[in-house]
Design a protein around this ligand. Structure first.
Ligand code: HEC
Ligand code: HEC
Ligand code: HEC
Length: 106
């Protein structure tokens, strides 16, 4: 049971690592005009190993073959996130909002 407790304490990140899911490395977005800091996206904190819903984000939300672009054509920015696309499919809804800049921009 100690193992289970450690899993629970580690949250999704620990669970994914423990299950040996091979997730892509963290993605650092290139900074757009006026970006207050580098945004790093982590699969480890977003993917639930028990239900790895890759399709929630790929390919419609994020083009795997052209990282950093929501549609494969344009760089991700706040204009489209505010319209509920890219990170805005969840952030500002069931996940934390955009007002805490430093939660994403480091
Ligand atoms: C919460 C959203 C989300 C989920 C869920 C998600 N991804 Fe991603 N994925 C991203 C983002 C964001 C990027 C990086 C930016 C981009 O590709 O546009 C990315 C990039 C990738 C890349 C390209 C990596 C690189 O370095 O070029 C692969 C491959 C990938 N994801 C596979 C997966 C797989 C497999 C799953 C399910 C186990 C998954 N993703 C689940 C959001 C997600
Ligand atoms: C499918 C829904 C979904 C999408 C799409 C999504 N997130 Fe998240 N994200 C979450 C949830 C849920 C959490 C957990 C925290 C919470 O509930 O507020 C989270 C947590 C985070 C965290 C804190 C954990 C960490 O990794 O440091 C950051 C930063 C973050 N998201 C950035 C992003 C960025 C940047 C994007 C777009 C590239 C993105 N997210 C897209 C749902 C999502
Ligand atoms: C949920 C994650 C998230 C939060 C919170 C967030 N941003 Fe961003 N932001 C991004 C991503 C992803 C990009 C694209 C990469 C980049 O340009 O750094 C971006 C880009 C930007 C850009 C340049 C492109 C554009 O759309 O103008 C500015 C300026 C910016 N953010 C300002 C802010 C400010 C100010 C706050 C707080 C009020 C904030 N951001 C909060 C994720 C976030």
């Amino acid at each position: 049971m100690a193992g289970l407790a450690a899993l629970a304490a580690g949250g999704l990140c620990g669970a994914a690592a423990a299950a040996g899911l091979r997730l892509p490395a963290d993605h650092r977005f290139p900074q757009g005009e006026g970006s207050p800091g580098v945004v790093t996206f982590s699969h480890a904190t977003h993917v639930d190993e028990r239900a790895p819903a890759c399709l929630a984000c790929h390919p419609a939300g994020f083009a795997m073959l052209r990282p950093g672009t929501a549609t494969g054509l344009r760089a991700i920015g706040h204009a489209e996130m505010e319209q509920g696309r890219a990170c805005g499919a969840c952030h500002g809804k069931q996940a934390f909002e955009f007002d805490g800049c430093e939660l994403c921009h480091k």
